[in-house]
Every structure is written in C-alpha cells, then in structure tokens.
Design a protein around this ligand. Sequence first.
Ligand SMILES: [Zn+2]
Length: 248
Amino acid sequence: MVPITGRKQFIAIPAEQMLSLSADSYSQVLKETKVSANQKYITSVHSVGVNLTAAVKQYMKQNGLESSLEGYQWQYNVLVSDELNAWCMPGGQIAFYEGIMPICQDDNGVAVVMGHEIAHAVARHGNERMSQQLVIQMGGVALSEALSNQKETTQQLAMLAFGVGSTLGVVLPYSRTHETEADELGLYFMAMAGYDPRTAPAFWERMMAQGSTRMPEFLSTHPDPANRIRDMQKNMPKAMEYYQARKK
Ligand SMILES: [Zn+2]
C-alpha cells in the first residue's frame, strides 16, 4: 500500500532486487553521463536532498514505516544535459539535469521537483511499473526466472521504469495515477522539510510554459496544467499543516 494516499498496488519484484537494479542503473548512468561542474547547482541539489530525505525518513519512522526505506542509498547528482529532467531511482539515487535548474530558480523549486521524484521512490512506482511491464512482456515466464535469466532485458526495463529514458532514447512516462500521487506526496514532503509548498504551483506554471520536448519525466501523461494546479490547491491545506508543524 502507498503511504499517505493508502492506494493498493501490484508489486511483484523483491525489494532487494529493486535495490540492486537501482544501484547498477545509477552507476551505469554516471559512467555514461557527465556530472555537472556548476557549484551553485550542486550545492542546491545536495542541501535540498539532504533536508528532504531527513524529513521523509522522520515521517516514515513516526508512522512505523521506516522498514520500507531500508537499504535505500540516497545520492544526489547534477548531470550535464539540457533536458528538463530529474529522477529518483527506487533505491534513492537522485539525478537533476542542468536544464531544469533555471526553471527551479531556487531551493524551493528544487524542493518541488525533488519532493515529486522522491515520492515516486517512496511510493514504489518503479517497482509497480516494472511489475506491470514484466507481466506484459514476459507473460508466462515466472518473474523470478525472468529476473535472473534475462539480465539484459531486466536492466533495460529497469532503466525505462525508473524514468531514465534518455540513455536509451525511449521514454516510458509515469501514468497519470502515479503523477498525481507523486504531486500530492511531493507537496507534503517539501513542506515537512521546511520548504514553502505555496511556491509549487508557480513552479509547475514555469515548467508548463516550456513545451514538453525536453522533459522526459514530465511528459504527456502528466495531468494537464490546470488540473495539476487545482489538485495542488486542494492538497495545500494539508501541506500547510506539515509546513507549520515544521516551523514550530
Ligand atoms: Zn513524475
């Protein structure tokens, strides 16, 4: 079940398998992609990352859910690319692309994006996506067999399911359900970490003004901008409770 929203989900891949797939995928990306030298970007992504993950861990602990984050290796990197992209692997490894940084503008904007991406990981959307894809692509083959015998397919699938489309030139966008859920949780997470959730709608407006060709993770299945902002306003009172509690 997804924390906070309580949605039931189909998860077929063992947690350890997801963690090792994440770690492998992340090192592959770092081998293939240059890491940014922009100190301002690096500092912002790192400090927001540390604050956000601390807040999320604390929330999970307070709610008896800390075991679901066991084995996560939180890492924060900025990569050299014009794409308006960012992602968080199911094992906590995070990447921001240089292209999205000017749209973020400041730490609040970085927190909007990072809250959303961490939410995908905490809600285990990658596992859910991969589980669905494995069933579709491999049908009769037992999952455990598929995972151990078809390493290359599994690895490629993982890259797709984790939103790291650009290395393959293909993108598998998150479903609308996942996007809406990541928006909601992300808003709460940023608030829990002390970033003002009221800055989120303006960030999405800046994002939507960009056109979608350079934004693999934030592509066409995303809720349309008006709906997105409306949902955000609907979730704002709860986000503000987390924000105020943090300020005390
Ligand atoms: Zn997303």
